[in-house]
Unconditional design. Structure first.
Length: 103
């Protein structure tokens, strides 16, 4: 193929125009009076793969501000993370709430 003709060029422009970035969602942990700080850090390290220093900072946001943003994810990943937190909290008998909101 020596080069693109105008049809190829026009088609590629239409394809580029039709693509869009996926919607992103914030995943948040919400404070309660019963879930331990250690458990919140554990959740952040195991489910969200945060470094202990970052997990501690987020846990302190949850404790002091009532909520802390864990990350920004596509819908499927965010909803999976929320579900994993809820399941782990339930197994360990903590009322920890994890929610997602459109960014």
């Amino acid at each position: 193929m020596a080069g693109q003709n105008s049809f190829d060029s026009e088609f590629l422009n239409q394809v580029d125009d039709g693509l869009k970035e996926p919607d992103m969602y914030r995943v948040l942990l919400l404070n309660d009076d019963y879930t331990t700080q250690d458990f919140v850090v554990e959740v952040l390290v195991t489910i969200f793969h945060k470094q202990p220093v970052d997990a501690t900072r987020i846990m302190l946001d949850v404790h002091k501000k009532g909520r802390g943003m864990v990350g920004l994810y596509t819908y499927d990943i965010a909803s999976t993370k929320v579900k994993q937190v809820k399941e782990l909290a339930k197994r360990r008998e903590y009322p920890l709430k994890c929610v997602m909101e459109k960014a």
